[in-house]
Design a binder for this molecule. Structure first.
Ligand SMILES: CC(C)(COP(=O)(O)OP(=O)(O)OC[C@H]1O[C@@H](n2cnc3c(N)ncnc32)[C@H](O)[C@@H]1OP(=O)(O)O)[C@@H](O)C(=O)NCCC(=O)NCCS
Length: 175
């Protein structure tokens, strides 16, 4: 799939959600049925990288997407050396709630590019509204090993999923 140059906010009139397939039903279902509703409700926002060529539906395919949201963690879930510098009430963080690449586009660097754009977006937001870290709840061990490659560290297990984090201070050094 030839892809466009930049990520834009999901627009259901323009982006073909039905044809998205990353091989993980939960992430396929999210973009098809939940992402637009959640954005309207104001609970998270989804950005997509569209394919360059129109489909017969009159919409553009989605090559990759990510979803970001505000969240919080307990300071005592952090490593002790970090926790001791923080107050004992919930600590604001950014959540990368979803991130996926269409199966047709895997293994071409798009996952890494999507993560970089997500982190850059959160970095820009943090200049106006700070947060301590970026967190991710991994769908499975495959996702965990992908994020660990980019220096995400273990935080805790939440609802059976491994939660990883990357301090915003580290993210800031990237941009
Ligand atoms: C995980 C996912 C985003 C990776 O996308 P991708 O486009 O294939 O990844 P890239 O081509 O950008 O790979 C970037 C690097 O990560 C590595 N990588 C890719 N998938 C990996 C995995 N599961 N574990 C470890 N490393 C991985 C690549 O080898 C590459 O390494 P290199 O830079 O040293 O060459 C994609 O496979 C996907 O959408 N999976 C299903 C959805 C999912 O699990 N999302 C995570 C939700 S929590």
């Amino acid at each position: 799939m030839k892809v466009s140059k930049q990520f834009v906010e999901l627009d259901k009139k323009c982006h073909d959600r039905i044809s998205f397939d990353c091989g993980e039903e939960e992430l396929n279902d999210f973009i098809k049925t939940k992402a637009a509703k959640h954005a309207t409700a104001g609970i998270n926002k989804t950005f997509v990288l569209a394919g360059a060529d129109l489909l017969s539906s009159g919409r553009y395919p989605i090559a990759a997407y990510f979803t970001i949201a505000a969240s919080s963690i307990e300071s005592d879930s952090l490593p002790v050396d970090q926790a001791r510098r923080l107050p004992h009430y919930p600590i604001p963080v950014f959540l990368i709630a979803q991130l996926a690449v269409h199966s047709e586009c895997k293994g071409q660097g798009l996952g890494k590019a999507t993560l970089v754009v997500a982190l850059k977006t959160l970095h820009k937001i943090s200049l106006e509204m700070p947060a301590y870290a970026v967190v991710i709840d991994c769908l499975n061990d495959d996702a965990k090993s992908f994020y660990e490659k980019f220096d995400f560290e273990l935080l805790e297990t939440v609802n059976g999923r491994t939660r990883l984090f990357l301090p915003m201070m580290t993210v800031s050094t990237l941009f």
